[in-house]
Design a protein around this ligand. Structure first.
Ligand SMILES: [Mg+2]
Length: 237
């Protein structure tokens, strides 16, 4: 964190002692505040690993996390339409959403950004019906300060219009970001309007073979890498 020490001296001093007051306060210069987009599933938490367990429980389908080759789970788990619907409904039940394990380091790094004055928005493709449980997951994982938006990235569901917390596409496109943390190649199209955006792609089995749309995309294997890359840009400003 950048700090500025403000020293206040009395106008008329008769002695040569140290300053009477020294106030040290965190200060973020205007230029260093960054806006950061973070996806939820498989960025903040290990959703796919839970879906792998769920496929065994519901359908006796054994597809280890490492073999989830497609972002479309119906393809990865070879599910028919009915099974896929059941799968997604179960995966979005509050108790299931709340059980997802945090991706190591996510909360700590995001809280560091917040403490430096950066703005962090969690923009998830989850339907708005999952908002409350998603919000609780964030709160339970020391992320009560981040904003949460549900954006219909994948067409899975509609969400409640005119809500304070849902995000219409036209409103999303008015937002700007310096960094985005994503795992899904399906979501890359939401970044094409921001040519200066740095996209940090969390390495997952379903994005290993994808071609990045541009040189502004970087594969990251953990949150420590993400912290370092964002920190380098911050320090360069
Ligand atoms: Mg995701």
């Amino acid at each position: 964190m950048r700090t500025v020490t403000v020293t206040i001296l009395p106008r008329f001093r008769g002695d040569k002692k140290a300053p009477m007051f020294a106030i040290t306060a965190p200060m973020c210069y205007g230029v260093c505040v960054m806006k950061i987009y973070v996806d939820f599933d498989d960025c903040l938490c290990e959703t796919a690993r839970s879906f792998s367990d769920l496929a065994v429980e519901l359908f006796d389908k054994h597809v280890p996390y490492e073999e989830i080759r497609f972002f479309e789970l119906n393809k990865s788990f070879d599910l028919n339409e009915e099974q896929y619907e059941q799968f997604m409904l179960k995966g979005h039940e509050p108790d299931v959403l709340l059980s997802y394990k945090e991706t190591p380091g996510a909360s700590q790094v995001i809280n560091e950004w917040l403490s430096e004055g950066h703005e962090v928005s969690i923009i998830t493709g989850r339907p708005f019906s999952a908002y409350d449980a998603s919000r609780k997951w964030l709160d339970d994982h020391d992320l009560s300060q981040v904003k949460l938006y549900c954006l219909n990235k994948y067409g899975r569901d509609s969400f409640i219009k005119n809500s304070d917390f849902s995000l219409e596409l036209e409103d999303y496109y008015k937002m700007t970001f310096d960094f985005a943390v994503e795992d899904s190649p399906k979501a890359f199209r939401f970044f094409s309007h921001l040519p200066d955006l740095k996209v940090l792609v969390i390495d997952r089995p379903w994005n290993k073979d994808c071609t990045f749309p541009g040189g502004n995309y970087t594969r990251c294997f953990d949150w420590e890498s993400i912290r370092r890359i964002v920190g380098e840009k911050r320090d360069a400003k």
